[in-house]
Design a protein around this ligand. Structure first.
Ligand code: NAD
Ligand code: ZN
Ligand code: ZN
Length: 387
């Protein structure tokens, strides 16, 4: 089969590789009908995620048709059309029983990314996301093996197109969890940092939950323009305004927003010094967007972080967070638990995640898709690939 493989920093290629086969009795083999490139894939593409090996198959946003099912699979059958959560969870362990699927204790054979975990088990395995998270082959491929098929695969009705439901695999639940973690409700004021796909999904979900004012911070004018037109956000371009938090505070009666959402992650564009420290690996993350979130949030408010972080950050103003009595919520998305209500919202027309798609390409052209998305070329917002 054909699959998009990692070959080192800034080098991904579609290659012919061996077809996957069933390993455990609760595995399925899925024939992929649609898959997307995520901002998380860009961290890998830029060589910033440890534990990658040449030839690893990428991709954790995908859906398709069940091609083959193991003897113990009861939840789905051959021919079913399903969306696959990017988090692989068993549904039965301590954390799964708490609906904390991204913390599933049984699926990850790797070590996770924590620097001081002691004897705590690593979090859930992820598709196509380095050997730290299990080294599980991803779904930017014609076929993919899906473990834990009695828990993950989520059947979707035929009346909804692939494009309408594909983002249930990751970015839609991620944006939703981010605003729910932020306590966003009717009348809330929200600041979203990052006008990428995750920021867009957060904006869509914040609107659905009744947020009154949404600020969005980025420096790609075309991305901000889209968010303004689609979600009615107040755009702030940090190339033109070097202190977005100050602007946000001024615009919220001098208090700051109820919730800030950090949808950028550890590669946030920071100061030159921070960029050097991060490049030299003296710093895990620039911390720029996180500092802005802390500054922009009102006393007693919440900073919600879907953006991916690893390692340590200097200049993390924990004292300011304490002084303001902030709440922090963060982490990988507990996808499985959020899919049913989000599917309902799509079905009822309250969410239309597919509107962010800017590029539709063949899997064969996936390397070009990575390049365009990474370089923000051609007004790229989101790339969907079809095998
Ligand atoms: N928690 C989860 O389960 C989960 C799931 C999916 C994605 N993610 C993470 O969410 C983050 C965003 O993903 P995406 O697909 O939207 O990525 P993306 O790279 O397309 O978008 C990130 C945006 O942030 C902007 N940005 C850079 N520095 C900034 C700064 N200092 N302030 C404000 N904006 C800044 C960039 O210009 C870009 O438009 C990534 O870190 C990704 O790994 C997490
Ligand atoms: Zn993702
Ligand atoms: Zn589990």
């Amino acid at each position: 089969m054909k699959a998009l493989t990692y070959q080192g920093s800034n080098d991904v290629r579609v290659e012919t590789v061996a077809d996957p086969s069933l390993v455990a009795p609760d595995d399925i083999i899925l024939r992929v009908t649609a898959t997307a490139i995520c901002g998380s894939d860009l961290h890998i593409y830029r060589g910033k995620i440890p534990g990658m090996e040449d030839g690893d198959i990428l991709g954790h946003e995908f859906m398709g048709i069940v091609e083959e099912a193991g003897a113990e699979v009861t939840r789905v059958k051959v021919g079913d059309r399903v969306v696959i959560p990017f988090v692989i969870a068993c549904g039965q362990c301590f954390h799964c029983m708490l609906d904390e699927f991204a913390a599933c204790e049984t699926t990850n054979t790797g070590n996770g990314a924590a620097m001081n975990p002691k004897s705590i088990k690593p979090p859930a395995a992820l598709f196509g996301y380095s050997h730290l998270y299990g080294g599980v082959p991803g779904g930017q491929a014609e076929l993919v093996r899906v473990p834990k098929a009695n828990f993950g695969p989520f059947a979707v009705p035929d009346v909804l197109s692939d494009e309408q439901v594909l983002f249930l695999s990751d970015i839609l639940p991620t944006g939703y969890q981010a605003v729910v973690n932020g306590g966003v409700e009717q009348g809330s004021t929200v600041a979203i940092f990052g006008a990428g796909p995750v920021g867009y999904m957060a904006a869509a979900c914040a609107r659905m939950l009744g947020a009154e004012t949404i600020f969005m911070v980025d420096h790609n004018p075309y991305r901000l323009d889209f968010a303004k037109a689609t979600y009615g956000v107040i755009p702030i371009n940090f190339d033109e305004d070097d202190d977005p938090a100050a602007t946000i505070i001024e615009a919220t009666a001098g208090r700051g927003v109820d919730a800030s959402i950090e949808a950028v992650g550890f590669e946030a564009k920071g100061s030159t010094t921070e960029t050097i420290l991060t490049t030299l690996k003296l710093e895990g993350s620039s911390g720029k967007a996180l500092r802005q979130c802390i500054a922009a949030t009102r006393r007693g408010g919440t900073v919600s972080v879907p953006g991916v972080y690893a390692g340590f950050i200097h200049g993390f103003l924990f004292g300011d967070a304490f002084d303001k009595g902030l709440t922090f919520k963060m982490g990988q998305t507990h996808v499985q638990g959020l899919m049913p209500e989000l599917l309902e919202a799509i079905g009822e027309g309250r969410l239309a995640p597919e509107v962010i798609i800017s590029h539709r390409m063949k899997l064969d052209d996936a390397a070009k898709g990575y390049e365009i998305f990474n370089n923000r070329e051609d007004e790229c917002r989101k790339v969907v690939l079809t095998p």
